[in-house]
Structures are given as C-alpha cells and as structure tokens.
Design a protein around this ligand. Structure first.
Ligand SMILES: Cc1cc2nc3c(=O)[nH]c(=O)nc-3n(C[C@H](O)[C@H](O)[C@H](O)COP(=O)(O)OP(=O)(O)OC[C@H]3O[C@@H](n4cnc5c(N)ncnc54)[C@H](O)[C@@H]3O)c2cc1C
Length: 277
C-alpha cells in the first residue's frame, strides 16, 4: 500500500516495537514478524540487524553461467535431457537437464550447481572450469563399446552423421569437430586416438565459465539472518523476545522446485502460529 512501507523499526526499552512508516505514521506492537525477503543488498536486512541480529553475507544463488568465448553459442536453444556437470577440484557435481543459451548455460543442472556452490563460486568471482559429461547414464565403458561397434558395423558411414543416442545431432556434430575429427571421416577410418578423443569430448567437455547471469535473473539469495539466532520451533528470535523471522530473510536457500517457497511458507506458518498462541 502506498506510503505504508516500513522505514524504521525500533525496539522499545519497555518491550515491543515501534514502526515508522513511509508516510510518517508510527505504529506500536508487542510482537513483530520480519519477512522482508532475501537480503540481495545488505540494507534489505537492516531491520533484523538494527534489532541485534547478524547476517551471513548475502550472495546470489540460482543463476546461470556465462561462457567466454561462448563456446557453444551456435547451439543456443538446444537442450539435453540428462547431463552431469562438475567443477573440477571441488565437490560440486549435479545431474539434470541442460539448456544452451546465447551467452552460456542454463537449465536445472546449472541452477542446482549454482545453489550448492553459491558461496564457493562467488569466492572465485564466477570464473572457474566446468566439466560436462553429456552421457552420464551410459558410462565410459559403454561409450567406448558403442564407438568400437560403429567402427565395425557402420564402417562406411560418416562419423558426423551417426550420433550416439540420445544426443541431439547438432551437439554430436559439435563434439565430433571438437574432438578434431573432420567432417569427411568415416567410421572405418577413425583412428584409435581419434576415437579416444571423441569419447573424452562426450564425457569430459571442458568449458571456461567467466561470469553469471545479471542481477535481475537471480532468483534467490544465499545468506541472511544467522540460523543459530532463531528458535526453529517458533521462529522467534533468540536475541529479542517478541521478534519473529521467516522466509528468505533467513540464511536458507534451496534448489529450484518450490523449496524456497516451501521454506517461506513453513517458517511463516510456524511464526504466525506461535505469535497467535
Ligand atoms: C523470478 C523469481 C522466480 C522464482 N521462482 C521460484 C520457484 O520457482 N520456486 C521457489 O521455491 N522459489 C522461487 N523464487 C524464490 C521465492 O520467490 C522466494 O524465495 C520467496 O518468495 C521468499 O518469500 P518471502 O516471503 O520470504 O519474501 P518475498 O516473497 O520477497 O516477500 C517479501 C515482502 O516483504 C515486502 N517488504 C520488504 N521490505 C519492506 C518494507 N520495508 N516495508 C514493507 N514491506 C516490505 C516486500 O515488498 C515483499 O512483498 C523465485 C524468485 C524470483 C525472483
């Protein structure tokens, strides 16, 4: 409502809270629920801080990756049902569908990695190597077997025209060329090193991530009010009686699939029930 935004929250010495609204009016209450959303900018958590709480530093979560040069940009719009993406040298690894965009990579597998790695990836300024296995459900041995079978059974066919299922033809073409195999190579002429190079492209494509999506595309904030400062049975502050905290303001962030909504609804419900009790 216009003019009803809260400008200041003041904890009263006698207990309770005084709110100053944008229209200059003040309002007094015994119990107060802060559910102001993610602290995308630290000032959005200012009420909790002014009442004595500490914020885990906010960093973005659920973002897409930029590739520079956009190695796969010619494939923009292409999606693959199940890939495995990993950040070498870390434990960050996720499986799911992947979407190639004009600027890089998106889709559930990327959003999941961005959520689990929100803090670590922020720590390297969103510049890191990414390894993609395009056929994680097949496994390296099965891939080698299938490639050898093609050399035997489809000797006269062009390699570039015979994708391993379920890879889209455009992606297969890209991977064959990236493996250093020319367009006119037939399976019969595929050398052992070339076959191994193709198998490596299929399971270990190395990409360089150089950034993330812009602020407006980030969905969720990792960070917020420290969980150790809140009683999870009631969502009441452990530092200030009568103050309750819920939703994304807290240091809770989940992967896509409704987990953030669920966290907001559950903590809001717990707080509301306790406040009414
Ligand atoms: C584009 C987008 C897509 C998303 N998709 C999903 C999804 O698919 N699944 C999922 O689980 N999550 C998703 N999220 C995240 C999800 O929306 C949030 O985690 C959730 O809404 C948090 O709820 P909340 O009530 O804590 O905060 P919010 O929904 O952000 O609500 C906070 C409210 O507080 C108000 N407020 C803030 N400051 C003041 C003030 N000073 N005075 C008065 N009012 C104030 C705000 O106006 C706002 O209405 C998405 C987020 C975005 C941005």
């Amino acid at each position: 409502m216009a003019g009803r935004g809260v400008e200041h929250v003041h904890g009263r010495a006698a207990g309770g809270f005084e709110l100053t609204l944008a229209n200059g009016q003040t309002s007094i209450c015994d119990r107060l629920l802060l559910a102001t959303g993610g602290c995308r900018a630290a000032m959005l958590g200012r009420f909790a801080v002014s009442l004595g709480h500490t914020l885990e530093p906010p960093v973005p979560s659920l973002f897409t990756f930029h590739l520079d040069p956009p190695a796969l940009s010619r494939l923009a719009g292409l999606s693959v049902e199940t890939v495995e993406a990993a950040v070498p040298g870390t434990r960050l690894r996720a499986q799911g569908s992947l979407l190639v965009t004009h600027w890089g990579l998106s889709g559930p597998v990327i959003l999941r990695l961005s959520a689990w790695g929100a803090r670590a990836l922020h720590g390297v300024d969103y510049r890191f190597p990414l390894q993609v296995n395009w056929l994680p459900l097949l496994g390296a041995d099965a891939i080698t077997r299938q490639l050898k079978l093609r050399c035997r059974d489809q000797a006269a066919r062009l390699v570039i025209n015979a994708p391993l299922a379920p890879l889209p033809a455009r992606l297969w073409e890209h991977l064959v060329l990236a493996a250093g195999i020319s367009r006119d190579t037939r399976w019969a002429a595929l050398s052992r090193p070339a076959r191994q190079s193709l198998a490596r492209q299929l399971t270990h494509t190395e990409l360089a991530v150089t950034g993330k999506s812009l602020n407006k595309d980030e969905f969720v904030t990792c960070g917020g009010v420290k969980l150790t400062e809140v009683d999870f049975k009631t969502m009441e502050s452990k530092l200030r009686p009568g103050l309750y905290l819920a939703g994304e303001l807290l240091d809770i962030d989940g992967i896509t699939g409704g987990f953030n909504f669920q966290a907001a609804w559950t903590t809001g419900w717990l707080a509301g029930k306790a406040m009414a009790g």
